[in-house]
Design a protein around this ligand. Structure first.
Ligand SMILES: Nc1ncnc2c1ncn2[C@@H]1O[C@H](COP(=O)(O)OP(=O)(O)OP(=O)(O)O)[C@@H](O)[C@H]1O
Ligand SMILES: [Mg+2]
Length: 340
C-alpha cells in the first residue's frame, strides 16, 4: 500500500494476503480473508469494523496467537526481516516479549491478579534480559513514570485489582513498552473505559508513539476513536478489506458505501448524546454463508446485480494509494474507470 507517510523508509511491518480460517461445525470459515497492509515506523494504522468483522483475529494472527480451531491458512507477516508466520512458538514468544508489545481491551488479560505490578514487570524484563532484580525494578519504575503513573515506586507493590480501570490500562501499556518494542498492537484498548479516561489513554498512546517512534496498530469498532489516533485506516467487514485510506481523506469522502454508513453511525461533536446512533440496517453475514458477490451487498443501498453476482477486488482509487473494493465507489473512480 502506498501512503503519503514515510514511504521512503522500509515498513516496520508488512502483512500480505493474510487469511485465517476456523474449523466450525458448519465447515471452514474465513475470519480474515486476504488482508494486506504495511505499517511504517512511527505510523498508526487503525483497523475498524463492526463486531465480528475479523479485527481481533487479524491482530492475533500477526502476533502468532491463533490456536485451535483456528489457523493461519496463508500469507506473510514480514517484521524485522523475517516472516513471523514461519517462526516456531518459542521464537514468536521471544518477539512478542521484546519487539512487539500487545495491549488488550481488558488490562487484566495482560496482568495476573495473583502477583504485584512490580513482580510482573520485573519478571517480564528478566525473562528477556540478563539484569538484576533491582535493575529490572528500576526499568519498571521508569516505564510507569513514562505512562503517567504517579508515585511509580509505590505502585510496584500494588496488585492489579487494587488499581482503577484507567490506571490498570496505563500499567498494561507500561508492560507492553518495557523492552522498547518497535511495534505495538492495541486491540480496543479503550473500549472498556469511561469516555473521559478513554480520551486520556488515546492521548497517552499518541504522545508515546510520537516520542518513542514505535509503529502502532490500533483496533477499534469506533471510527471516532480511530480518527483521534490513526494516520491511515483499514475498514474491515466479514473478514474482508473494503477500504483503506488516510484517515482525514476517509472522513472527507468515504469511498465505500459501508464506510459512509459507519460514518453515519459514528458519533460527532454535533451529535446529541441523548439520542441513539443511527444503526446500519441489517447484520454482518454469517461467515458460514458469506455472499458470493460483494460481502456488503445485502445491506448496501446502492447494490446492483453485478454487486450480488461478482466480488469486487480491492483496487486503487483516488490519491495517496487509497483503495476500495466496490464497483461503484462514492468518491474517486477506481482504476478501472468505473465510478458513480
Ligand atoms: N474460536 C473461534 N471459533 C470459531 N470462529 C471464530 C473464533 N474466533 C473468531 N471466530 C470467527 O471470526 C470472526 C471474527 O472475530 P473477531 O474476534 O476477529 O471479530 P472482531 O472484529 O474483533 O469483533 P469485536 O469488535 O466484537 O471484537 C467471528 O465472527 C467468528 O465468526
Ligand atoms: Mg475484537
Amino acid at each position: 500500500m502506498v501512503s503519503s507517510l514515510p514511504t521512503d523508509r522500509a515498513p516496520a511491518l508488512s502483512v500480505r494476503n493474510l487469511t485465517t480460517v476456523f474449523q466450525t461445525r458448519e465447515g471452514v470459515v474465513r475470519a480474515v480473508d486476504n488482508l494486506s497492509f504495511d505499517v511504517y515506523p512511527g505510523e498508526c494504522v487503525g483497523i475498524v469494523g463492526e463486531s465480528g468483522s475479523g479485527k481481533s483475529v487479524a491482530s492475533l494472527s500477526i502476533m502468532g496467537l491463533i490456536g485451535y480451531p483456528g489457523r493461519v491458512d496463508q500469507g506473510q507477516v514480514e517484521f524485522g526481516g523475517r516472516d513471523l508466520l514461519l517462526l516456531n512458538d518459542k521464537q514468536m514468544r521471544s518477539i512478542r516479549g521484546t519487539q512487539i508489545g500487545i495491549i488488550f481491551q481488558d488490562p487484566l488479560t495482560a496482568l495476573n491478579p495473583l502477583f504485584t505490578v512490580g513482580r510482573q514487570m520485573t519478571d517480564v524484563v528478566r525473562a528477556h534480559r540478563k539484569v538484576s532484580k533491582s535493575d529490572a525494578a528500576a526499568l519498571a519504575v521508569e516505564k510507569l513514570r513514562l505512562v503517567g503513573v504517579s508515585a511509580p515506586e509505590s505502585r510496584l507493590s500494588a496488585y492489579p485489582w487494587e488499581l482503577s480501570g484507567g490506571l490498570r490500562q496505563r500499567v498494561a501499556i507500561a508492560m507492553a513498552l518495557l523492552l522498547d518494542p518497535q511495534l505495538i498492537i492495541a486491540d480496543e484498548p479503550t473500549t472498556a473505559l469511561d469516555v473521559s479516561i478513554q480520551a486520556q489513554i488515546i492521548e497517552l498512546l499518541r504522545s508515546l508513539k510520537d516520542q518513542l517512534n514505535f509503529s502502532l496498530i490500533f483496533v477499534s469498532h469506533d471510527l471516532g476513536v480511530i480518527r483521534s489516533i490513526a494516520d491511515r485506516v483499514i475498514v474491515m467487514y466479514a473478514g474482508h478489506t473494503l477500504e483503506t485510506s488516510q484517515v482525514d481523506a476517509l472522513f472527507q469522502q468515504p469511498n465505500h458505501p459501508y464506510t459512509a454508513a459507519l460514518l453515519g453511525s459514528a458519533p460527532t461533536l454535533a451529535s446529541d448524546p441523548n439520542q441513539p446512533l443511527p444503526a446500519i440496517e441489517g447484520r454482518l453475514p454469517s461467515l458460514n454463508n458469506v455472499p458470493k458477490g460483494c460481502v456488503f451487498a445485502p445491506r448496501c443501498h446502492f447494490s446492483t446485480e453485478r454487486c450480488v453476482s461478482e466480488r469486487p477486488l480491492l483496487q486503487t482509487a483516488g490519491q495517496d494509494g487509497r483503495q476500495v473494493a466496490c464497483f461503484y465507489p462514492l468518491g474517486a473512480p477506481v482504476n478501472e474507470g468505473v465510478g458513480r
